[in-house]
Design a protein around this ligand. Structure first.
Ligand SMILES: *Cc1c(COP(=O)(O)O)cnc(C)c1O
Length: 363
């Protein structure tokens, strides 16, 4: 069989070894003779699984014990509502940094609960997009928190520095950043991520929250219990039935990553993959990425082809070579290669080889 590489932006590629293990365990997990999907989330077997998962996340991400890890359903978008509902009283406000699509969507959702103060940080100089460094953001001192997205999965724009902001609470959407590189957790109040980009299948959302932000009487009486950080925390994320299979598969991915050498190892591989791909783009005459080097995404590499009506041919020929799901998001078009942790270096090398041949053929 020809080697296939899956560049899907999410749900995305999972480590092959993890899928093999899951396949192997599907009808007989933990020597129980049934699957992990068929047991109670309150059984000791499942509670052990979740505890181990949490523990491994703590070790991998170096999460201080002044932070709790909570699990939710509903994806990252549900946190767009949960965050203002949990953190803001009726007349309080928050800063929303506009970096790209997902930052903007979070701000739009927050409008239902507060008057978000939009922070503009994008600037284009000589056709290159720059994001203002965090220490130049002009925040409102009356805002309770500042929200941003560290990696704009659709546009391939990233803020690669950790925030260093005093006097505010930093809330960050790390859906496509989590576990790809080192994060200094102590610089954040809340980090959240849905799992389907880089941790596991869809259905699970991880929220890493500083203890003091779990507020005893959350502000809004209409806040649904399933989104109430205090209730979810008091119930160890088992207030209602969690997505057990997603938790199981994510726990396998985290174990896989730990065995490989953790964040230190994977971030080196990720750097290498991204660097190879960006230099292919920058050294070519037909591929263009006009995001400043500092703000380029580690995991979602976007580019356009500067010839008319050729992107569809590129996508069709790529697929014939076993390179799948390279189509850019419909809001920006072009090409996007998502190269999360599970994408091997080999996949990126195959894509580069294809890109070089394609360029020769069409110029
Ligand atoms: C995919 C994505 C989302 C949306 O996640 P859902 O789980 O579909 O709600 C939000 N933010 C970022 C950065 C994403 O990549």
């Amino acid at each position: 069989m020809k080697k296939i590489f899956n560049f899907s932006p999410g749900p995305a590629i999972l480590p092959h070894q993890v899928l093999l293990k899951a396949q192997n365990e599907l009808i007989n997990w933990n020597n129980l003779n049934f699957s992990v999907m068929e047991i109670s989330h309150r059984s000791k077997y499942f509670i052990n699984l979740v505890e181990e998962f949490e523990n491994n996340l703590r070790i991998l991400m170096n999460i201080p014990n002044t932070y709790k890890i909570l699990f939710f359903q509903g994806g990252a978008r549900t946190q767009f509502s949960a965050i203002p509902m949990n953190l803001l009283n009726y007349n309080q406000k928050a800063d929303y940094v506009n970096i790209g699509y997902w930052s903007y969507k979070a701000m739009e959702e927050a409008k239902k609960y507060c008057k978000p103060n939009i922070i503009h940080v994008r600037k284009i100089i000589n056709n290159i997009l720059y994001i203002k460094p965090i220490n130049e953001w002009v925040l409102d001192n009356k805002s309770i928190y500042v929200h941003y997205c560290s990696n704009e999965t659709i546009e391939g724009i990233a803020i690669n520095e950790d925030p260093n902001l005093k006097n505010t609470i930093v809330v960050a959407d790390l859906s496509s950043t989590i576990l790809t590189k080192k994060i200094n957790i102590a610089n954040y109040g809340i980090i959240y991520a849905s799992t389907q980009k880089n941790v596991g299948p869809s259905g699970l959302t991880i929220v890493i929250i500083r203890d003091d932000l779990i507020i005893k009487n959350s502000y809004r009486k209409e806040l649904p219990s399933v989104l109430n950080y205090k209730i979810i925390s008091d119930n160890n994320s088992m207030y209602n039935t969690p997505p057990t299979f997603s938790l199981y598969l994510s726990s396998l991915v985290v174990k896989w990553l730990k065995k490989k050498g953790g964040i230190k190892y994977i971030s080196k591989v990720n750097q290498k993959k991204a660097k190879l791909l960006y230099s292919t783009i920058d050294n070519s005459k037909i591929y263009i990425n006009n995001i400043s080097i500092k703000n380029r995404s580690l995991t979602n590499i976007v580019f356009k082809i500067n010839k008319k009506n050729i992107e569809n041919i590129f996508l069709q020929e790529a697929e014939k070579q076993g390179l799948y799901f390279l189509k850019g998001h419909s809001v920006i078009g072009g090409i996007r290669a998502s190269i999360y942790n599970a994408m091997p270096l080999e996949g990126v090398q195959a894509l580069i080889k294809f890109m070089n041949n394609f360029e020769k053929k069409y110029t």
